[in-house]
Design a protein around this ligand. Structure first.
Ligand code: UGA
Length: 449
């Protein structure tokens, strides 16, 4: 099918590239000319494993091209996906990009004579597609919904495994204005063998928030247990959570083998969740609840617990060193999670800010991140290092913030010998099994150290 994708951010470009690789003809639309040029030159404007290779192939085979011309892209397509951002605002969620896209698509539909389906993929609060988006499409096009198709189709991909997630979906949720809309969208996903939920637009919108709110809740649940272990001698949150995981309802035994479902990855303690989705979506749902006079007790607690976690690492460092003034702190991992260069809402930024406020000298190492964008208040305040040796040499304390598995493979005996004070604070408890030399003070979270 011929498909236009409006917005070439993370979800838009991944969707475009994956749909093109399945044989669809894709026009990616973006208002930023440099981004469009980069895509046509087979360059991915962010890091996502495997995406550059796939983009290169689909651009070369002319299955995908990018343009700033929205009308042209829509007139040559049967389906248009809206994948623009829905950033957090003070009032909850900023729908201005969605509104602009819907308005422009509406006008573009005046140039389209055949039936055209518009699919909202961006995450929006319930009621956005059948009111704001629908109204703007109707106003712009002069048509009634039904004369054009309308779907809400949330995306469940994770950064770092976006292509795999898109190509192997757990489920496809199709919120539909009417049956024709849903059936047209089902054609796009025809090759996928997974459950499909055909439902209302609002259920589709709510499913996306509920799914992310559950993940955030599990992380905060684990972190609340960690906070309790931190004030209870002879407890260790890792052992406690292992015990919880072994409930067969969480890790079933099938044919004599214990299965470890991915959901268990959200039931470990750490220094908090970040990223462009979990914090934003939980906050949007809280604001949505309040606007409807519902107090979101659980979601409020989820965010309150999460907001408190990064400070624990600064506190542990201060307790270990006495004072952080002029102390050299090596921050290990900056991205909000391993395998991405994304710093959005990363707990590392909060940790660094707290350390700097206390007068510490901060160095950082991350396999994928080599700078902090200007304007976030860190300009020239953090020294980026290229190797573990460089970041740890003469440092007073190392703090692990991102759970990179390779950190556990480092030669810690040699690295610790190069430190001024051999103090390791493990904000993700990933170095527990390292055989620490006697002189090293290893401080995990979720226990009394
Ligand atoms: C998340 C969801 O996992 C996806 O299903 C969803 O499609 C996506 O948001 C989205 O809405 O677009 P993502 O933001 O890529 O995906 O990140 P996750 O892998 O979910 O990790 C989120 C955060 O939770 C990370 O900061 C991670 O470090 C943290 N986390 C995870 C913990 O703090 N503890 C854990 O036990 C697990």
């Amino acid at each position: 099918m011929r498909i236009a994708i409006v917005g070439t951010g993370y979800v838009g470009l991944t969707t475009g590239v994956c749909l093109a690789s399945m044989g669809h003809e894709i026009s990616c639309v973006d208002i930023v000319p440099e981004r469009v040029t980069a895509i046509n030159n087979k360059k991915v404007p962010f890091y996502e494993p495997g995406l550059a290779e796939m983009l290169s192939k689909v651009v070369a085979s002319r299955r995908l091209y990018a343009t700033t011309d929205l009308v042209e892209a829509i007139t040559r397509s049967e389906v248009t996906f809206i994948t623009v951002g829905t950033p957090q605002s003070n009032q909850g969620i900023d729908l201005s990009y969605i509104a602009t896209a819907a308005r422009q698509i509406g006008y573009a539909l005046r140039h389209v004579s055949d039936y055209h389906l518009v699919v909202l993929k961006s995450t929006v609060v319930p009621g956005t597609t059948d009111t704001l988006v629908c109204n703007l499409l109707e106003e712009g096009s002069g048509l009634q919904a039904g004369e054009f198709g309308l779907c809400m189709n949330p995306e469940f991909l994770r950064e770092g495994s976006a292509i795999h997630d898109f190509m192997n979906p757990d489920r496809i949720v199709i919120g539909q204005w009417d049956e024709r809309s849903g059936q047209t969208l089902a054609e796009v996903y025809k090759p996928f063998d997974c459950p499909r939920i055909f439902t209302t637009l609002r259920n589709a919108e709510m499913i996306k928030y509920a799914a992310n709110a559950l993940l955030a809740t599990l992380v905060s649940f684990s972190n609340e247990i960690a906070a309790l272990c931190e004030v209870t001698p002879d407890t260790d949150v890792n052992v406690v959570m292992q015990g919880v995981h072994l409930d067969r309802r969480l890790s079933p035994v099938i044919n004599g083998e214990r299965i470890k479902p991915g959901i268990l990855n959200f039931l470990w303690a750490g220094c908090g969740f970040g990223g462009s989705c979990l914090p934003k979506d939980v906050n949007a749902l809280r604001a949505y609840a309040r606007e409807r006079t519902v107090t979101p007790y659980l979601l409020d607690a989820v965010m309150n617990i999460n907001n408190k976690r990064p400070a624990i690492l600064e506190k542990l460092a201060e307790e270990a060193l006495g004072s952080l003034r002029r102390a050299i702190i090596a921050v290990l991992g900056l991205a909000f999670k391993p395998g991405t260069d994304d710093l959005r809402e990363s707990p590392a930024l909060t940790v660094i800010k707290l350390l700097l406020d206390r007068g510490a000298i901060v160095r950082a190492y991350d396999p994928f991140v080599t700078s902090i964008p200007p304007g976030l208040g860190f300009d020239n305040l953090v020294t980026f290092c290229n190797t573990p040796e460089e970041v740890l040499r003469d440092s007073d304390t190392a703090i692990v913030v991102t759970a990179y598995p390779e950190f556990a493979e480092w030669d810690w005996t040699t690295l610790c010998n190069s430190m001024r004070h051999q103090i390791i604070i493990d904000g993700r408890n990933i170095l527990r099994k390292v055989p620490w030399p006697k002189k090293v003070r290893y401080i995990g979270i979720g226990r009394v150290n």
